[in-house]
Design a protein around this ligand. Sequence first.
Ligand code: FES
Length: 156
Amino acid sequence: LMVPDFLEREVFCCGPTPYMTAVKRLLEAAGFDMARYHEESFGATPAEARADAVEQAEQAADAPEVDLADLHQVEFIASGKSIRVAPGETVHAAAAKLGLLIPKACGMGICGTCKVLKLGGEVEMDHNGGITEEDEAEGYILSCCSVPKGDVRIEF
Ligand code: FES
């Protein structure tokens, strides 16, 4: 409806993989010239990064027990679930441990897919431009790159 002449246009696509797959299928089904289809992909995790992650996980497994006082409570209001997380764990990781699947794509604060509303508490958000100042002012955070600084309450 918005782009009735899309068959004559250049298409640039970016988003979660299932979304981009769906767009590609729609275009192919409509007879679009796929030579004019372009997509941005964050790609697979580089081998070195994967090796680093394994090493960090092994070090974490060897780490001494965390003092209970250092654990922060993350409460997901709409889901009625909560969990205590160790220092450095993100809000997204906390949700995943509870089986709550907050949508996520880049995992590095760029795309904004994992945005959730924070109802209370403070987080350290280390994003890469994936959220506007307006959203931040309204209390939104990017869950993939937000680490609780104390107990927090999330609308999800
Ligand atoms: S998943 Fe992209 S900003 Fe969090």
